[in-house]
Design a binder for this molecule. Structure first.
Ligand code: UT7
Length: 326
């Protein structure tokens, strides 16, 4: 084995679309404010009968199909999510059963919007330990189910979706060349959901006090997102001996167009070197990178031999980057 590579990708988003005009009817906001400050025009929203696992199952099937791998061949299913169907069992176990991935161990991973990147690095390490392994990594989220629809500072930002990738060992000059993961738990209270866990178990009081929704100090999070995604990108390139002028495509976490543009500018990535789909999906947290990756592959934006950088930042704080020779 030479490298661990992505063998196939897939994504799935719920059908229903919520536009900025729809949000204007719910909170005091405007299409102009949302577009200028975040770059978002619309987002997909799951209905009450569609839990996160449903999105994962469809995205997972599509990734398996594009990899040409059967569910029974999978050794692990890893799902990065902060909006699992329930506290337990893990969403990964629900997906394992639905896909019929009988041989796969399955678990969820909590790293906020960096969940998919953490999952890729974990899968890479598991495959280095045993190169026969095939692993399905999914980033999936239904943030609209933990959104405070009276808070205009957050409710205009989020959307639902899932993206997936199948990883395995290859004997070729392609695959993951460099990775970097980071975290800083000191800043956790800038982006969190306080209720529903062992600290504040669900009660009438926690519901009345709105503890079961996302709390974010957006303008305080912003500079950390830029700084840490840049740091992660530089470190991943450094570990692979690659320089920024060699990058073909940058796929950053889609949280805010201004964050994306700030990173692109510092990495000298012009329009042709950066993938942006935030206008269609909003911030889908752990799903944003695998959705964008799958779209980029299917649109022909990524060609064999290209150097692709995936980079994310999220709650925790957590951040990370994965550099891939496609
Ligand atoms: O996913 C990973 C982690 N998350 C992020 O990386 C998100 C990082 N943060 C952001 O993307 C941006 O901070 C936001 C998009 C959340 C907010 O943009 P901002 O430019 O930082 O705005 P702000 O929070 O500083 O608010 C500026 C003004 C405030 O009014 P005043 O105090 O200046 O009168 C807000 O009340 O905009 C107001 N505002 C709104 N106005 C209309 C906040 N939300 C809205 C809204 N519509 N939806």
């Amino acid at each position: 084995m030479k490298h661990v590579a992505i063998l196939g990708t897939g994504h799935f988003v719920p059908e229903k679309i919520m536009t900025n005009a729809d949000l204007e009817k719910i909170v005091e906001t405007t299409d102009e404010w949302i577009t200028q400050r975040s770059g978002i025009k619309e987002r997909h929203v799951a209905d009450e009968k569609t839990p996160t696992s449903k999105l994962c199952i469809e995205a997972g099937r599509r990734a398996l199909e594009s990899a040409g791998i059967k569910p029974e061949e999978l050794d692990f299913i890893i799902i990065g999510t902060i909006t699992p169907d329930m506290m337990f069992p893990s969403t990964a176990c629900l997906v394992q059963a639905a896909l019929g991935a009988k041989q796969a161990a399955a678990f969820d991973l909590s790293a906020g919007c960096t969940g998919f990147i953490y999952g890729l690095e974990l899968a890479r390490s598991l495959i280095i330990a045993d190169p026969k392994r095939k692993i399905l990594v999914i980033g999936a989220e239904e943030l609209t189910k933990i959104t405070d629809w009276t808070d205009r500072g957050t409710c205009v930002l989020f959307g639902d979706g899932a993206g997936a990738a199948v990883l395995g060992a290859v004997d070729e000059d392609r695959g993951i060349l460099g990775t970097y993961l980071g975290a800083d738990g000191n800043l956790g209270d800038l982006l969190f959901m306080p209720g529903g866990g062992s600290l504040n178990p669900a009660s009438h009081q926690t519901v009345d006090e709105k503890m079961h929704v996302v709390k974010m100090a957006g303008n305080k999070v912003f500079p950390h997102a830029v700084r840490n995604m840049l740091e992660a990108s530089m470190k991943a390139m450094e570990s692979a001996g690659v320089t920024k002028d060699q990058l073909n495509l940058l796929i950053p976490h889609q949280a805010n167009i201004r964050i994306i543009e700030a990173i692109a500018e510092r990495l000298d990535a012009g329009n042709e070197k950066i993938y942006i789909n935030i206008q269609k999906y909003g911030n889908t947290s752990a799903a944003s990178i695998p959705i964008a990756l799958d779209e980029a592959v299917r649109e022909g934006r990524i060609k064999k031999g290209d150097l692709v950088m995936l980079v994310a930042f999220g709650a925790g704080f957590t951040w990370g980057a994965v550099l891939i020779r496609w």
